[in-house]
Design a binder for this molecule. Structure first.
Ligand SMILES: Nc1ncnc2c1ncn2[C@@H]1O[C@H](COP(=O)(O)OP(=O)(O)OP(=O)(O)O)[C@@H](O)[C@H]1O
Length: 301
C-alpha cells in the first residue's frame, strides 16, 4: 500500500513548552487513521503542521512524496480539511460556502453529491447564521470533502453532531475510503473512532504512545466473561483462592484466554457454594485500555 502522507521526526514547541516530540507516522492510500489523545495531547498541532499552517521546529511532512512547509503548499492541492471550528460566513448560504471551496470543474455535481451524502438538502440554501452547531459542523465537513480530495484531515469532526449525523458521517467516510481517499481524523474519545478507523495512533503529551490497526487494539484488550453471582465479593475471594485471574477489580470479570479458565472459575464458585446467576461475554472496553496505555506510558517516562 502506498503511503500518501508521511510524517517523520516532527518536533514543535510553543515558547519553552515542547508539545510534539519526534512524531512519526504514515497514512496509506484508502486508509482511515484515527489520531486519538486526551485534551492538549497535540492532535491539532500535528494537523496544523501537516497543513502548513504552523512551522515545525524539526521533521519532515510529505504528501504523495511532495514536501509540505509553511512556505510550500503545492502538496496540499488535493487535501481537504476541517481544523477546530469551521470557517462560517453568517450571511452566505451553505451552498455559497461550498461554491467557494469547490473547483470550477463539475462544481455543481460535486456540491449536489456532498449535500445529499450529508443530508443537508433542507437548509443548504438558507443563510448560515440560522444554522445550529451541528449544521455548521456538517457544513465544515462538506467544505473539506467537496473538492474530491485524496487526503482529508478532520479535527474532532463528531463534535456537535447528533447520533444520526455521526452515523451518516461514518458512512460517507467509509464510502470515500473504499474509493481510495485517505483520512486522518482526531478525537479525544477512542470509541468514537472504533467503527470508522482502520488504524489508530495514540498520542499523549506529544508522543505517539501506540500505533496499530483498530482490530489489533480491540483484540489486545481481550474479551471477558462477566459472571453475575449472589455474592460478588465472596466470588472474587473464591476465584483468587483457586488462582483464577480477574480482568479487573470492579466486578467478577474473567479474561477469556481459553474456555478452561471459565470452567475453573465456575467450578471454584460452585465449590464455594456461590450461586452463579448469569455469564455473559462482555464487549472489550476500549476506553479503559486507552487510559491504561496512557497511564503505562506516563509511568515509563
Ligand atoms: N498557538 C499556541 N501557543 C501556545 N501554546 C499552544 C498553541 N497551540 C497549542 N498550544 C499548546 O500545545 C498543546 C497541544 O495543543 P493541541 O491543541 O495541539 O492539543 P489537542 O490534542 O488538539 O487538544 P484538544 O483535544 O483539547 O483540542 C497544548 O498544551 C496547548 O496549550
Amino acid at each position: 500500500m502506498e503511503n500518501l502522507l508521511k510524517v517523520s521526526g516532527l518536533n514543535k514547541s510553543f515558547g519553552r513548552k515542547q508539545v510534539l516530540h519526534g512524531v512519526d507516522f504514515t497514512v496509506a492510500s484508502g486508509r482511515v487513521v484515527g489520531l486519538v489523545g486526551p485534551n492538549g495531547a497535540g492532535k491539532s498541532t500535528i494537523m496544523k503542521a501537516i497543513l502548513g499552517l504552523i512551522p515545525a521546529d524539526a521533521g519532515q511532512i510529505a504528501i504523495a512524496g511532495v514536501a509540505v512547509a509553511i512556505t510550500s503548499h503545492q502538496a496540499l492541492k488535493h487535501v481537504g480539511a476541517l481544523i477546530e471550528y469551521p470557517g462560517i460566513y453568517p450571511f452566505l448560504t451553505g451552498r455559497q460556502h461550498l461554491q467557494l471551496f469547490a473547483a470550477k470543474r463539475q462544481r455543481q455535481t460535486h456540491i449536489d453529491e456532498v449535500v445529499t451524502d450529508l443530508g443537508m438538502g433542507d437548509y443548504i440554501d438558507k443563510s448560515a447564521k440560522s444554522y445550529s452547531l451541528g449544521m455548521k459542523q456538517k457544513l465544515g465537513i462538506a467544505q473539506a470533502l467537496v473538492d474530491h480530495p485524496q487526503l482529508v484531515i478532520l479535527d474532532e469532526p463528531m463534535n456537535g453532531l447528533d447520533p444520526q449525523a455521526v452515523k451518516e458521517l461514518r458512512e460517507i467516510i467509509r464510502r470515500q475510503a473504499q474509493a481510495g481517499v485517505s483520512f486522518l481524523i482526531s478525537s479525544h474519545i477512542l470509541s468514537e473512532l472504533e467503527k470508522v478507523a482502520d488504524d489508530v495512533l495514540i498520542l499523549d503529551h506529544g508522543h505517539i504512545v501506540q500505533q496499530s490497526t483498530m482490530a489489533a487494539l480491540i483484540n489486545s484488550g481481550g474479551v471477558v466473561y462477566v459472571i453475575k453471582t449472589t455474592d460478588d465479593s465472596a466470588a472474587k475471594q473464591a476465584l483468587a483462592a483457586a488462582h483464577v485471574p480477574l480482568a479487573d477489580t470492579t466486578a467478577v470479570r474473567v479474561p477469556i484466554t481459553d474456555s478452561v479458565v471459565l470452567n475453573q472459575a465456575l467450578m471454584a464458585l460452585v465449590k464455594a457454594g456461590i450461586a452463579v446467576q448469569d455469564v455473559t461475554k462482555a464487549q472489550h472496553d476500549l476506553e479503559r485500555s486507552f487510559l491504561d496505555m496512557i497511564a503505562k506510558d506516563k509511568e515509563a517516562r
